[in-house]
Design a protein around this ligand. Structure first.
Ligand SMILES: *Cc1c(COP(=O)(O)O)cnc(C)c1O
Length: 389
């Protein structure tokens, strides 16, 4: 029986979400990849084993997830981590003291915190620019730039980075182009096609999709980077447990279905928000009013369920987020359930105020992670929360 292997890209995306990277379990033929809940593996003799010696180094459940996500991104190699930030940690460990990184200023708050509070102290240098401004990215490159780091769309301002143009800048500089694809997921956007060397995910979000685990992932098609990332994954040791890998692998099976629904609901709600008087601004790349809508249509196949709105006043924003009944007030995003958040005090509290203000992340900005519930119920919930009574 032939089974789909790692990079069988002749099969279409939704087929790969369900099957890629998984092989029949040898003992009983279990169709679903078992949770190999073990730290070690028996050896037949000295140096004689089935390729598994110790579970920090390799675990069959983890490998199935790694091959699955790699296949979805069109990559040859995948490396799973215990969180998205642990994945970023290994990316930064590709560098050495004195190396320079150009990063979008509007990246995930925890990524910015890791760069500025840990890696800066240990000798890496960073320049943060508006990743949506290609000229600014190019101008920030120096002879010691080793990584150009981008997130697109960004969290929570939904600014886009032009992947093809930024990939060119990185290539010319001889730097790695690293893209955090957590928001778009490979269903809507595949950065490797635009010159990315490494794609990063917080699998906590859409890839798992059920808000029941924390995880991260790096994928690449470059042999040299795969070797170094595998070394870092094993040597730094921030690996996920097999149960979390199994949950994420179960999640990716429905990625195509879920993303279609997030996208349909997201578009409807963004349009509806546009008709509401209390909503001063809407940040959603799927709306023709988004300043980078054309770029979004060029490099993305859909726009998903992340929407930010400007309500103009902290009191109004607080009242709104505290009154929704279906949208739960919580950090995180990308699950089947709808969430609402206040970036300035929640996810982005660690970003300095001047920087937040510069990028439009005000105290009255509210972020929605639109889930896959019935969209009319979601609109009803937002309507009653925005209402006057
Ligand atoms: C959540 C998130 C991260 C960090 O991932 P964790 O799994 O929470 O460590 C990185 N980037 C983006 C865009 C995120 O949303």
């Amino acid at each position: 029986m032939t089974r789909i292997v790692d990079t069988d890209l002749t099969l279409r995306f939704a087929t790969r979400t369900v099957h890629a990277g998984q092989v029949p379990e040898p003992l009983a033929g279990a169709v679903m990849t078992p949770i190999y809940q073990t730290s070690t593996y028996i050896q037949q003799g000295l140096g004689k084993h089935k390729g598994y010696e110790y579970a920090r180094t390799s675990n069959p459940t983890r490998e199935a997830l790694e091959r699955n996500v790699a296949s979805l991104e069109g990559a040859r190699y995948g490396f799973a981590f215990s969180s998205g930030l642990a994945a970023l940690d290994s990316v930064m460990k590709l560098l050495s003291q004195g190396d320079h990184v150009v990063s979008g200023e509007n990246v995930y708050g925890g990524s910015h915190r890791q760069m500025t509070h840990i890696w800066s102290r240990l000798g890496l240098t960073f320049t943060f620019v508006d990743g949506g401004d290609t000229a600014a990215v190019a101008a920030a490159v120096t002879p010691t730039t080793k990584i150009v780091y981008a997130e697109t769309p960004t969290n929570p301002m939904m600014r886009l980075c032009d992947l093809a143009a930024t990939g060119e800048i990185a290539k010319k500089a001889g730097a790695l182009f690293v893209v955090d694809n957590t928001f778009a997921t490979p269903f809507f956007q595949q950065p490797l096609l635009y010159g990315a060397d490494i794609v990063l995910h917080s699998t906590t979000k859409y890839l798992n999709g059920h808000s029941d685990m924390i995880g991260g992932m790096l994928v690449t098609s470059r042999d040299d980077l795969a070797e170094r990332l595998g070394f870092l994954q094993n040597s730094s040791g921030a690996v996920p447990g097999p149960f979390d890998c199994w949950l994420a692998l179960r999640g990716t099976k429905t990625l195509a279905l879920r993303m279609r629904q997030h996208d349909a609901n997201g578009r409807r709600i963004a349009e509806w928000l546009g008709t509401q008087r209390g909503v001063k601004k809407i940040y959603y790349p799927g709306l023709p009013s988004h300043p980078q809508h054309e770029l979004a249509r060029r490099q993305m196949k859909g726009f998903g369920g992340m929407i930010s709105i400007e309500l103009g006043d902290l009191g109004v924003a607080r009242r709104f987020v505290e009154r929704t009944k279906i949208f739960a007030l919580a950090e995180s995003l990308g699950g089947v359930e709808s969430l609402i958040g206040h970036p300035a005090s929640m996810t982005h509290a660690s970003v300095p105020r001047e920087m937040r203000e510069r990028m439009g992340l005000t105290d009255s900005l509210v972020r929605l992670s639109v889930g896959i519930e019935d969209v009319d119920d979601l609109i009803g919930d937002l309507e009653q929360a925005l209402g006057d009574d």
